[in-house]
Write a protein that binds this ligand. Structure first.
Ligand code: 3PG
Length: 307
């Protein structure tokens, strides 16, 4: 089978060589498309692929239509909002993710973001400590749970809101379940977002929630820009000059936010949550192994679509 690894943002070299080895040892061919300049390059490259591995690369209906032989696409990472699942379903193409494999890297970044904002983006002057502060985690999945663990280790009080986790999960980790999302925003000095981008969550974090935060509150986004109502974020930052926002996915109006709010806002130049060698190796090798296993045994354990 032909496996295409298509990553506009390339994996670390060690991850790529490990992926090639896994695929080739199982008798598959590997083609690599990195740092490609336009979606057309992906459309060209996918023409003869039986399997596709991507990161945040957009697997649109056009990409699927161009991939006549495609049987499986694996998003080496957690969020699969970049894959057109309807188009996959229509062709009975299996779509998978690699849940948890890059979670630690993202969780470490969330902790770093809290310290960075508490120390005035590492500019001279008196900052504050995160020890003793209260952190609210919105969605207690693989990343949220690791953020909680690390934050507790740093002396923070941690609460989380997630209606989907079984009762007792948070308590077992020393995390207090929040009664409501509003209650969590009202109580917490920091809110860390870990919800996926879905039709239900798009633009769900806006003025009403953000302005519930106590004085000096800081909102952290290592999830997706789509979950933020950006116009309302702007209004919240305007009306509440004490509130801060740091994101790993620049807002569409980021230049305007930077201009208006200076050091109260920060966006990483390019999404870097999962940009560690370890996360690349974990997610990349998992993706390659899942494809090998799928072709060998039909294993669809991490399938995210249904048809
Ligand atoms: C994910 O959903 O796994 C993260 O957002 C990482 O995305 P990336 O692979 O594009 O860095």
């Amino acid at each position: 089978m032909k496996i295409l690894i298509a990553t506009e943002k390339p994996f670390a070299a060690a991850a790529v060589s490990g992926m090639k080895e896994i695929a080739r040892n199982a008798g598959h061919e590997v083609k690599l498309l990195e740092k490609y300049a336009s979606p057309e390059k992906l459309i060209e490259a996918v023409a003869d692929a039986d399997a596709l591995i991507v990161r945040s690369d957009k697997v649109t209906a056009d990409v699927i239509a161009a991939a006549a032989n495609l049987k499986i696409v694996v998003r080496a990472g957690a969020g699969y909002d970049n894959i057109d699942l309807e188009a996959c379903n229509a062709r009975k193409i299996v779509a998978m993710n690699t849940p948890g494999q890059n979670a630690n890297a993202v969780a470490e970044l969330a902790i770093a973001m809290m310290v960075f904002m508490s120390r005035n983006q590492f500019t001279p002057g008196t900052g504050s400590e995160i020890q003793g502060k209260k952190l609210g985690i919105q969605a207690y999945g693989n990343v949220g749970r690791l953020v909680a663990k690390k934050a507790i280790g740093m002396g923070m009080e941690v609460t989380a809101f997630d209606p989907y986790v079984p009762a007792g999960t948070m308590e077992a980790d020393g995390v207090v379940p929040a009664a409501s999302v509003e209650q969590m925003y009202r109580e917490c000095n920091f809110i860390s977002l870990h919800i996926p981008a879905t039709p239900q969550t798009r633009k769900s974090v806006g003025y009403d929630l953000i302005t519930l935060m106590p004085a000096g509150g800081c909102l952290l986004n290592t999830a997706r820009k789509e979950i933020i109502n950006e116009a309302e974020l702007d209004k919240a930052l305007t009306d509440r000059p004490d509130i801060k926002y740091i994101t790993d996915i620049a807002a569409d109006n980021q230049a305007e936010l930077n201009e208006k709010f200076g050091k109260r806002v920060f966006a990483t130049p390019k999404k870097m949550g999962a940009e560690t060698a370890e996360a690349n190796i974990n997610a990349g090798l998992a993706a390659a192994s899942q494809i090998v296993d799928f072709f060998a045994t039909g294993n669809t354990r991490f399938q995210v679509n249904g048809f």
